[in-house]
Design a protein around this ligand. Structure first.
Ligand SMILES: O=C1O[C@H](COP(=O)(O)O)[C@@H](O)[C@H](O)[C@H]1O
Length: 233
């Protein structure tokens, strides 16, 4: 097993992590705006990032030049409590960050396959290459919507995939999903993994030690820059 390239940032509390992490992400986005006149950020959903989003939303950068998108999405409408877009709208696209442009992955298409094709085009035209990606991880070792029990995990984890967005069918994912592909994530200029709690730390360490069936490992193996891990108890 090859050694993995990552940098570990440890904080004493969720509050301290949110403050430190949001300052770093704001710095990455601000640098991109200064260099290219625009910046792109892909964020994850789930239960972990709420406080980080609310803290990041108050960072004073030129948010009108920032495009925010999602690493992954449940195939549900934005008003569903399960919607990652809804989470981002309520917590990140507020305060200073209300000026940002948002590109979601969901559309009210007949099925998740057509929604993925639509999102694939929008992401390719408006969001790539990503300046920054913020990943989460489930206790089963999934990141993005790369679930260990996904029907086509091999295609999802193909580092040479041509697609930007793929549909996902995984029993543990509950609804069908939409996810950025591994190359979209791996080629970002800044790649962060935000996890909290002892259990997720144990799972991540198992993945980094080479335990099979933990899809998060693929990001570390293919990332174009060392992955920055942000952890609090
Ligand atoms: O379903 C999802 O789960 C992961 C992890 O979420 P958490 O609730 O354990 O923080 C998240 O990264 C992903 O974006 C989301 O769709």
């Amino acid at each position: 097993m090859n050694a993995v390239a990552c940098n570990w940032h440890e904080f004493a509390s969720s509050e301290a992590l949110a403050a430190g992490f949001s300052a770093i992400v704001a710095g990455v986005l601000g640098d991109a705006v200064a260099a290219r006149g625009k910046a792109t950020l892909a964020v994850s959903g789930g239960t972990t990032p709420g406080l980080f989003f609310r803290t990041l939303s108050r960072e004073k950068i030129d948010w009108a030049k920032v495009t925010v998108t999602l690493v992954d999405e449940r195939f549900v409408a934005p008003d569903s409590p399960r919607s990652n877009a809804g989470l981002v709208a309520a917590n990140l696209l507020q305060n200073e960050a209300a000026a940002a442009n948002f590109i979601g992955l969901y559309s009210p298409s007949p099925d998740v396959e057509s929604a993925a094709r639509r999102a694939d085009g929008a992401i390719g035209r408006q969001a790539l290459p990503l300046d920054a990606v913020v990943l989460g991880m489930g206790a089963d070792g999934h990141t993005a919507s790369f679930f260990p029990d996904a029907d086509d995990l091999t295609a999802l984890l193909d580092p040479h995939a041509n697609a930007n967005v793929l549909p996902v069918h995984a029993p543990s994912g509950i609804e069908p999903r939409l996810t950025l592909t591994l190359p979209c994530i791996a080629q970002a200029g800044f790649i962060a993994l935000h996890i909290e709690g002892a259990e997720k730390r144990r799972v991540l360490n198992a993945a980094l030690d080479g335990k099979p069936d933990l899809p998060v490992r693929a990001v570390f193996d293919h990332a174009s820059v060392p992955v920055q891990v942000f952890w609090a108890p």
